[in-house]
Design a protein around this ligand. Structure first.
Ligand SMILES: O=P(O)(O)OC[C@H]1O[C@H](O)[C@H](O)[C@@H](O)[C@@H]1O
Length: 320
């Protein structure tokens, strides 16, 4: 039970319903986005292109939690550099040949397809516990002819983005709508905004096996309880027993990333040279203010038979 007696606005206006979350659709065409704001000021912005969350502000709307490149395309011309791109049905470069995803571009087509906004659900019971869920859909009919040709399978994706006062939850539901079984990978490529990469570490991966993509895809076991970032990092941590990975800034926990039915996590920072080499990464020294901690199912493949459904996602808590 929430004690409304301590809430002057509720007391002073007993007949008026508590103000609910505000949801708006702005822009047009590929640049359309859905914004949602809670009565307490927290907000999100989601581009229909890629269903990419490009902003998440917590702390009454004062703290931006996601890094977005100054040169990110937010007009639907290319996948967004920043925010939370959705990676499906393949992570990274696809297998060279002989796999159904082999003709797809890096990270698949979900991040560069225009999704449908399916609607919102809100909970408005109390100022401090209101939340809003936005649902987005992508189906075979909504992807480009090239993508359909490369991956001619019938699927349905529903992506739910839920904003609460101190957390953001993003969950995918993948359904096989066709007659044939299919395999896929999925990942949420979250770019976290941080103050200083040299004072940032990642906790919760001790003892976990990982593939180091910077060191010729060699296998290692994590021996640090707090992973410091001192150069280019591109690692795929596999089959993680712990549910929570924590991003720590200057010795204080900044974000908890809680995985749900996703067993892997990629940790990525391009560092100086790679950042400079990406045309849409700006400013050049932006690598100091971001770290990607990307939950996913990318070690091997998820298989769905006709009519089957996979669901997985993350809840990110902003700990400021
Ligand atoms: O440049 P993109 O296609 O967006 O990929 C950006 C990065 O995504 C992941 O983190 C991969 O592990 C990296 O190898 C890749 O460089």
């Amino acid at each position: 039970m929430v004690d409304r007696a301590n809430r002057p606005s509720a007391l002073n206006a007993p007949s008026a319903a508590a103000p609910g979350p505000q949801v708006d659709i702005t822009g047009s065409g590929a640049g359309s986005k859905v914004t949602a704001t809670l009565p307490s000021g927290e907000s999100i912005e989601v581009l229909l292109y890629g269903a990419t969350v490009i902003s998440w502000k917590s702390n009454g709307g004062k703290t931006e939690n996601l890094w977005l490149s100054e040169k990110a395309a937010v007009d639907g011309s290319k996948a967004v550099r920043g925010g939370i791109p959705v990676v499906f049905p393949v992570f990274g470069p696809p297998p060279k040949s002989g796999h159904p995803t082999s003709s797809l571009p890096q990270h698949g087509f979900a991040r560069s397809s225009r999704w449908e906004f399916l609607g919102k659900s809100t909970s408005e019971d109390a100022l401090d516990s209101s939340s809003v869920k936005l649902d987005f859909g992508l189906y075979t009919s909504g992807i480009s002819e090239d993508a359909k040709k490369a991956w001619p399978l019938d699927f349905g994706l529903v992506y739910s983005v839920t904003l609460s006062k101190d957390s953001l939850q993003t969950v995918i539901n993948v359904r096989n709508e066709g007659e044939q079984s299919f395999e896929f990978q999925f990942l949420l490529h979250t770019y976290f905004k941080i103050k200083d990469i040299t004072k940032t570490s990642v906790k919760g991966l001790l003892g976990v096996e990982y593939i180091d993509k910077v060191l010729n895809a060699s296998s290692h076991q994590e021996s640090n309880s707090a992973i410091a970032i001192t150069g280019e990092v591109d690692r795929v941590y596999k089959s993680i027993p712990q549910d929570t990975t924590t991003i720590v800034e200057a010795d204080s926990p900044r974000f908890d990333v809680v995985r749900d039915n996703l067993s892997d996590t990629v940790v990525w920072n391009p560092w100086i040279e790679k950042a400079k080499g990406m045309g849409d990464f700006s400013p050049d020294d932006g690598y100091k203010n971001m770290i990607c901690v990307e939950v996913g199912a990318v070690n091997g493949w998820q298989k769905l038979e006709k009519g089957e459904v996979f669901e997985g996602g993350q809840t990110i808590k902003s700990l400021l």
